[in-house]
Design a binder for this molecule. Structure first.
Ligand SMILES: *Cc1c(COP(=O)(O)O)cnc(C)c1O
Length: 244
């Protein structure tokens, strides 16, 4: 049951914090609810979860409309420029900014609404061909470019580490992106903060916490396995946008 799984995750977070000499309050648990029906998100909400992560704009918007307004929604998936206008001002944080062009579009939409939109720069820290994200080598340049956009505020970095069976295998990658965030901090770039490090998923969030994660994105560990083939698409496809 979700309640037990959540308890287990919470216990693991505390263990990892202890191990690393960190405080529990330093870490935000994002419940990754993609493919899961609204009823399951409600259950998590009842257990105290207030941060949800989704990777598709349509699904995120549909769920947002049906759930309480004190939820913080996190866009964690690849974002197309033509969908930016649908989420600007509605999500708490966009984790997946990996090109200047995308940041520029966020800036345009943010300006229209007179907002400053917080974002993370996604880094493909292991250089996997299958993944989005800027390379570690290009990250600093990209951060510098985006920092000049007035209505976008970089708050940190995000990475999706490789899929591994032994979480220890990802420790070097977590270290590498932590170091990258320290290097960027040391550059003292105007309009850039490195306070957030979004890394760690079900298989490796304890190691990620030990290496400095401030946001972990846990799906399977809370909601159980996703079944993309059988799970019914319960959100409506006819609407194109958020109306809240
Ligand atoms: C699906 C997803 C997660 C959660 O993955 P689990 O292994 O189920 O915890 C985290 N981050 C991103 C970007 C995702 O797409």
């Amino acid at each position: 049951m979700l309640r037990e799984q959540l308890k287990e995750v919470e216990k693991n977070i505390e263990t990892a914090c202890k191990q690393a000499g960190r405080k529990r309050e330093e870490i935000t648990l994002i419940a990754v609810s993609k493919t899961k029906p609204v009823a399951r998100l409600s259950e998590a909400y009842e257990q105290g979860i207030r941060a949800f992560g989704e990777n598709k704009v349509q699904e995120l918007c549909e769920k947002m409309e049906q759930l309480p307004s004190d939820i913080k929604w996190h866009m964690i998936g690849h974002l197309q420029r033509n969908k930016v206008k649908l989420i600007v001002g509605k999500v708490a944080l966009i984790h997946s900014v990996d090109t200047y062009r995308l940041a520029e579009e966020i800036n345009i939409q943010a300006k229209k609404k007179n907002l400053v939109v917080p974002v993370l720069v996604e880094v493909n820290i292991a250089g996997e061909a299958s993944k989005f994200g800027t390379s570690a080598e290009d990250a600093i340049l990209l951060v510098e470019e985006i920092s000049r956009l007035e209505n976008v505020k970089i708050e940190g970095l995000m990475t999706i580490a490789p899929y591994v069976t032994d979480a220890e295998d990802n420790r070097p990658y977590f270290r590498k992106i932590k170091q990258l965030s320290v290097d960027i901090t040391n550059k003292n770039i105007d309009n850039v903060s490195m306070k957030i490090l979004s890394m760690g998923m079900t298989g490796d969030y304890m190691v990620a916490i030990e290496e400095g994660a401030t946001m972990i994105r846990v799906g399977t560990g809370i909601f159980g396995e996703r079944n993309y083939h059988n799970e019914k698409r319960y959100w409506q496809v006819e609407k194109d946008g958020c109306f809240r």
